[in-house]
Design a protein around this ligand. Structure first.
Ligand SMILES: Cc1cc2nc3c(=O)[nH]c(=O)nc-3n(C[C@H](O)[C@H](O)[C@H](O)COP(=O)(O)OP(=O)(O)OC[C@H]3O[C@@H](n4cnc5c(N)ncnc54)[C@H](O)[C@@H]3O)c2cc1C
Length: 479
């Protein structure tokens, strides 16, 4: 499978000709500076930027603390969907793990069977074995598995690794294809195999598109891949049924809120990862790390929707963090050092207090209200769980690490928003609500999104500076 191995030498992004741009397009002072309401949220772009600036330093300081910088995970689970044999051997892809002897002994392997909860019974439960609870939107790693390791996130920053090509593309494709809800499933009721197949081949819910997608997927990977039935006759029949029953064409307005939210969330994560790559790009000529404007313009700047989705995802996660405020206020942030525990607790409190001083950024009560609400919610949850499993198919260790953290962070946010009413987020009523890894993931995800918003502001300025430079070049007469 040579073609599936990650391409390690990602080509440099296409350079932007600013002089040509200035000559051909009107100067855009508002470049990458969206205004107005962020669709499907209850806040506008400007207030999100203001809030992000207000709490940026607080969240940066928080993720550096002992409690938040160590993340425990299984980095080497088998990809459950396809044979992922692409292994990125680039040194920037590798993850440095932490020797457990340097961590509080209560966190470590030996204590697994002994400790489940802090004496107070509130919160601290880092060693719970893996199982999906109904409320969970993502796979929580089996903390007692012998393959789990601790990683110091500060030693393993998410940045450009060179991971790209077929392997990375296939993971993104599979993630977007999880956004396939109800309507398609209704058409294939009673056909379990077909339903499974739809799960991996689905598109935006238009049956014709799905049929085409199935055909394309089968062509690419062949029958027998993941859930695609080996029985090609059945497949042909399904495709012809689908083509007959559809009139084609999809009306965007008909895409339900839940589906839009799902897409925006994933696309926001994707944009955020791209932003980190562009912000910490490795310049092969100078041998230095730094922002790459061409990368930004190509991947984000020229796609307004991708840019806006970062704000959306930030708004959603921030709402989840503030909603969980009461629970976190009483959580035992155990680090093995009493002073540090108190410090972390007060930092979390301060952050949430600041974020809560503004109106909520997202209204979770608008979702799952229609007649199919219950089924749709289950589907939404199951699809998101699949996204966290797809992370095991990422062929670069470092990307997998951050992919896992951020999908767990988003899954935790969804759990807080959609699995519990405000009054249930009380540790006395639901002491086992969140595990340590979920809390660490949610705050680190908020931090990465916050860094992405800051990167957008920086790239915006770089872009305008370049335009100004180009204008000077045009206006300066040649000697
Ligand atoms: C989970 C995960 C984590 C990763 N982490 C890293 C990392 O830490 N460092 C690193 O260097 N590389 C990482 N990668 C690889 C990186 O995301 C890109 O895949 C790679 O840089 C190649 O980029 P590309 O320009 O070909 O397009 P990709 O980013 O691979 O995008 C594929 C296609 O998706 C569509 N698309 C792109 N962005 C969006 C969006 N925001 N919304 C909707 N559609 C979009 C476009 O059609 C695009 O062609 C990661 C990949 C995955 C799957």
């Amino acid at each position: 499978h040579d073609d599936l191995a990650p391409k390690l030498t990602l080509e440099d992004p296409k350079p932007i000709s600013f002089v040509k741009n200035v000559l051909t397009t009107p100067k855009d002072q508002n470049y990458c500076n969206p205004v107005g309401q962020i669709k499907d949220t209850c806040c506008d772009f400007q207030s999100v930027e203001d809030m992000q600036r207000g709490i940026f330093d607080k969240i940066q300081d928080l993720v550096k603390t002992r409690f938040f910088r160590y993340y425990k995970l299984n980095l080497w689970r088998e990809c459950p969907f396809w044979d992922e044999d692409g292994l990125c051997m680039n040194k920037d892809c590798s993850v440095e793990t932490t020797d457990e002897s340097r961590l509080p002994k209560e966190w470590t392997q030996e204590a697994l069977s002994a400790v489940q909860m802090s004496p107070a019974g509130l919160g601290f439960q880092p060693f719970k074995a893996c199982s999906y609870k109904d409320q969970d939107y993502c796979l929580i790693e089996d903390q007692s598995n012998e393959n789990v390791v601790y990683v110091n996130l500060l030693d393993n920053p998410e940045r450009f690794t060179g991971y790209a090509g077929v392997s990375a593309g296939r993971v993104w494709k599979a993630i977007y294809e999880e956004n396939c809800f109800n309507i398609v499933h209704k058409m294939t009721e009673g056909c379990k195999t077909c339903n499974n197949m739809m799960n991996i081949a689905g598109s935006a819910g238009n049956p014709l598109k799905v049929a085409e997608k199935v055909q394309q997927t089968v062509k690419e990977v062949g029958p027998g891949f993941a859930h695609v039935p080996k029985d090609t006759e059945k497949l042909d029949q399904l495709l012809s049924d689908l083509s007959e029953t559809t009139d084609g064409g999809e009306n965007d307005e008909e895409v339900c809120l839940e589906k839009r939210v799902y897409y925006r969330l994933i696309s926001g994560l994707h944009s955020s990862i791209s932003l980190h790559i562009c912000d910490e790009w490795f310049n092969r000529t100078s041998g230095e790390w730094g922002p790459n404007l061409d990368c930004f313009v190509n991947r984000i700047g020229s796609h307004p929707e991708r840019l806006q989705n970062v704000y959306f995802t930030y708004a959603l996660v921030l709402r989840a963090v503030t909603k969980a405020g009461h629970f976190l206020d009483q959580y035992d942030f155990y680090t093995g050092d009493d002073k540090e525990d108190i410090k972390v607790k007060s930092m979390v409190h301060d952050l949430i207090d600041n974020a809560s001083s503004c109106a909520p950024t997202f209204d979770e009560k608008t979702m799952f209200q229609g007649p199919d609400a219950k089924a749709l919610k289950l589907e939404f949850r199951d699809h998101f769980r699949n996204v966290s499993r797809i992370m095991d198919c990422v062929g670069c260790e470092k990307c997998r690490l951050w992919g896992k953290i951020q999908t767990t962070g988003l899954g935790t946010a969804l759990k807080v928003l959609f699995s519990y009413e405000d009054n249930q987020l009380n540790p006395k009523r639901t002491p086992q609500l969140l595990q340590r890894s979920e809390i660490v993931a949610m705050f680190n995800t908020l931090n990465r999104l916050s860094e992405s918003l800051r990167a957008i502001q920086r790239f915006r300025k770089m872009y305008l500076d370049q335009v100004e430079e180009a204008e000077k070049t045009i206006l300066t007469p040649l000697d």
